[in-house]
Design a protein around this ligand. Structure first.
Ligand code: AMP
Ligand code: GLY
Length: 435
């Protein structure tokens, strides 16, 4: 059904590298233009990078005009929050992503909580506080020792706006930091207090078209920087696709009571949800709760999902963009284990944007890039550049390797074998992914 021959992909990371790689395999597609893209995906046949800010509507419109793209696929959250989808839809340009109002499921944690409560999606009990005084008052009446308390800043905070506190003093200090402290990088005029959930975390992904959805799959990621879940939060240091978990009943629950409830509930509000719905879940036995929604693919979760997807993604993305997903066949993942390991720069994440050791030469297996994957794995570039002198690191998370195998152990072994062949000064990575 797809008659789109040219796609414009917005974003620059490993997620976008994986999306470009997967879309480029579609026989019906001639070109993927990526804005700004990265030097990893530029090594793929069919892929061309274009300079430009993907969150600037006029720049995106000019790129569509220039390339003749028949579909726009959005990687990161910024263009969604900037209203790029609204502007494209107003011009009848097919775009795979939610409008700004629907993207509030990610951009406002309070919007998401109130929505979940209104449509009966299970989530942790919470309170919304509009001032520091209100937050202290709410904490006073909170059973901190019994229920625990998680403090969240409203708005996009690049992963730094959440603290799972250990005691009352830490909770009070966090409320002060987020709402008052001028030295804190997170600033929020509204806070969310949440009960602490217990269980195991997993992320579930669905593609939605405003009316219906298809489930893509489940992925576990590793947010903390060091082995054993020690150290500060990151954007994600790796992950795997769990095979024997969540249970069939829990997976069914996610479809029937989470994805279905979001699509129906957002449609009813007049804010139909089109694009990728990424539900961060806490599962305890058969008890499923939503921790958060994102309104885009995950990074690095996408680097695990794309190599596992059997189907051509291009028709699916077009169906999501044009409200015709009801025509799609159910999506199956390969019956294979997948493990993904991220290599990061020295100083990440503590010195993100300030003191990281960048510009170090990277010795990497080029062949993995050109073929976009072989038996040893798939190499996805996150924050690295190529010049005449070779590759250098240019961001906190530099690259990731995905390996497939019959078992998680086999996939993990392969991923770490390939990681062992890549070197740059200060490189660090977790050694316990998929264990
Ligand atoms: P979020 O940005 O909302 O995904 O939160 C970041 C991380 O904090 C999550 O991945 C969880 O590990 C943890 N977290 C957030 N909310 C809760 C909660 N209510 N209970 C337990 N852990 C939580
Ligand atoms: N890996 C988590 C995210 O993309 O938000």
């Amino acid at each position: 059904m797809s008659n789109v021959r040219t796609v414009l992909l917005l974003g620059a990371g490993g997620r976008e590298h994986a999306l470009a790689w997967k879309m480029a395999q579609s026989a019906s597609l001639d070109n993927v233009y990526a804005m700004p893209g990265n030097d990893g995906m530029a090594a793929l046949a069919k892929v061309t990078c274009l300079a430009g800010d993907p969150a600037d509507t006029n720049t995106v419109l000019a790129a569509i005009e220039k390339t003749g793209a028949g579909l726009v696929v959005i990687g990161p959250e910024k263009p969604l929050d900037a209203g790029v989808v609204d502007a494209l839809e107003a011009r009848q340009i097919p775009v795979m992503g939610p409008r700004r109002a629907a993207a509030q499921l990610e951009s406002s944690k309070i919007f998401a909580k109130e929505f979940m409560t209104s449509v009966g999606i299970p989530t942790a009990g919470y309170a919304v506080c509009d001032s520091h005084a209100a937050a202290l008052e709410a904490l006073k009446g909170w059973n901190v020792d019994g229920e625990g308390v998680v403090i969240k800043a409203d708005g996009l905070a690049a992963g730094k706006g959440v603290v799972v506190t250990h005691d009352r003093a830490e909770a009070e200090r966090t409320a002060y930091d987020f709402m008052v402290n001028p030295d804190c990088s997170v600033k929020s005029s509204r806070l969310l207090l949440e009960k602490k959930l217990k269980g195991k975390e997993v992320s579930a992904f669905a593609l939605c078209d405003g009316e219906t959805f298809v489930t893509l799959g489940f992925v576990c990621d590793y947010k903390r920087v060091r082995d054993g879940d020690e150290g500060p939060n990151t954007g994600g240091m790796g992950g795997y696709a769990p095979q024997d978990w969540p249970s069939p009943a829990a997976r069914q629950f996610v479809q029937d009571h989470i994805f279905r409830a979001v699509v129906d509930g957002m449609k009813k509000r007049g804010q139909p949800f089109r694009g990728v719905l990424f539900a961060g879940l806490m599962i305890d036995g058969e008890d499923v709760n939503v921790i958060e929604f994102n309104t885009r693919f995950g990074d690095p979760e996408t680097q695990i999902l794309m190599p596992l997807l059997e189907a051509d993604v291009l028709p699916l993305f077009l169906q999501a963009a044009t409200g015709t997903l009801a025509l799609a066949a159910p999506v199956h993942l390969k019956n294979t284990a997948a493990v993904h390991v991220v290599m990061a720069s020295e100083g990440y994440p503590e010195t993100l944007g300030t003191g990281m050791t960048l510009g170090q030469g990277i010795d990497l297996p080029e062949a993995l890039l050109q073929q976009g994957g072989n038996d040893n794995g798939f190499l996805f570039i996150m924050g690295a550049k190529k010049s005449a002198d070779g590759w250098t690191n240019a961001g906190g998370r530099v690259l990731g390797i995905t390996a497939l195998g019959d078992t998680i152990d086999a996939a993990r072994q392969k991923a770490y074998d390939t990681i062992g062949r890549i070197r740059f000064k200060g490189a660090h990575w977790r050694r316990d992914i998929g264990r």
